[in-house]
Write a protein that binds this ligand. Structure first.
Ligand code: ADP
Ligand code: F6P
Length: 333
């Protein structure tokens, strides 16, 4: 029989993501409405080890749903991979009376949650990362805000790129995954999108595309380059030398992680937070909240991490087929 849950903890871990605050708010309020007490753990696993733990009430999460970042703070804590450190963390949870912990973060954070559950602390993961790179779920909190922020920034670069008749390489985040690049590349009508999952481009092809586009009267050429490929500045230098077209690199960086969350991130943050709280209060452990076939559900952590996540072939094909240079010069209607 599962143990009676009286008190749970909540932490955010890994890179922050817009919508994490909506998830924290939902976790806290749903637990309280289930008659379960909640403790906030600051700075992820690092704060857990340093016992930065405090009582939360309904007012602790007032006026945060619209805020970017995470009110709990976050950290990357490499020592948490050490089994002795994980055991110490489980003892700290027991010392503070926490029967379970909700971990909001990416797949690295899930592995920490998995370890805690093996040491007797009930854990539930909520997918929170701008990268959308967690297997077992179609959605991760923060992705929507990040791609909208990146798309707006790309539109701005495009204005100046057209005015100066330049080529622009814009590098977006995503660690080893190309979801951000693919989405905001398609959404901003980029001429070329480079993603690590499909590392199939030759620089000479890019060069030919730029030259062809220029011959057809296109004033700019936008290349979206994923962080997982990188080297945008040196690529720009080489492309300029080969094409004679002025080429600039813009690395969008951390601005993609900040800002007020979109409706979608607040909505799924709230729904996934409430769901996690309910199943943890009900005695579940070693589970993660996921979106599967558009529905919110939960999976075993092992199963979620073991599923294969891949870029949609169709989306990738679309990204290649809408470009100006794909078409013959005169179209018959
Ligand atoms: P994300 O959760 O966004 O993927 P990281 O990969 O940096 O970000 O992981 C966040 C934190 O989760 C790490 O700093 C570490 O504390 C913990 N973590 C990552 N991998 C493991 C692991 N294999 N075992 C235990 N804890 C881990
Ligand atoms: O996982 C989110 C993310 O922003 C990645 O896109 C990026 O590679 C990484 O975090 C950067 O991490 P840090 O904040 O540790 O520099």
């Amino acid at each position: 029989m599962s143990k009676k849950i009286k008190t749970i903890g909540v932490l955010t871990s890994g890179g922050d993501a817009p919508g994490m605050n909506a998830a924290i708010r939902a976790v806290v309020r749903k637990a309280l409405s289930n008659g379960v007490a909640v403790k906030g753990i600051k700075k992820g696993y690092l704060g857990l080890l340093n016992e930065e733990i405090f009582d939360m009430d309904v007012g602790s999460v007032s006026d945060i749903i619209q805020m970017g970042g995470t009110i709990l703070g976050t950290a990357r804590c490499t020592e948490f991979k050490n089994p002795e450190v994980q055991e110490k963390a489980a003892r700290i949870c027991a010392k503070h009376g926490m029967d379970g912990v909700i971990v909001i973060g990416g797949d690295g954070s899930y592995r920490g949650a998995q370890a805690l559950s093996h040491h007797g602390v009930n854990t539930i993961g909520i997918p929170g990362t701008i990268d959308l790179d967690i297997s077992g779920t179609e959605y991760t909190i923060g992705f929507d805000t990040a791609v909208n922020t990146a798309m707006q920034a790309i539109d701005r670069v495009r204005d100046t790129s057209s005015s100066h008749e330049r080529c622009s390489i814009i590098e977006v985040m995503g660690r080893n995954a190309g979801y951000i690049a693919l989405w905001c590349g398609i959404a901003s009508g980029a001429e070329d999108i480079l993603i690590p999952e499909k590392y199939d481009f030759h620089e000479q092809t890019l060069i030919n595309n730029i030259i062809n586009n220029r011959k057809r009267g296109k004033k700019h050429h936008i290349i979206i380059n994923a962080e997982g490929i990188g080297h945008s500045t040196s690529m720009a230098r080489r492309i300029e030398a080969a094409t004679g077209v002025e080429t600039r690199a813009t690395i969008l960086g951390y601005m993609q992680r900040g800002g007020s969350p979109t409706c979608k991130d607040r909505f799924y943050g709230s729904v996934m937070g409430a769901y996690a709280s309910d199943i943890l209060c009900g005695g579940a452990t070693n589970r993660v909240v996921s979106m599967v076939d558009g529905r919110i559900t939960d999976l075993d952590i092992e199963e979620a991490l073991g599923r294969k996540k891949s870029i949609s072939e169709y989306y990738f094909e679309v990204s290649k087929k809408l470009n100006y240079y794909e078409f013959p010069k005169k179209q018959n209607h």
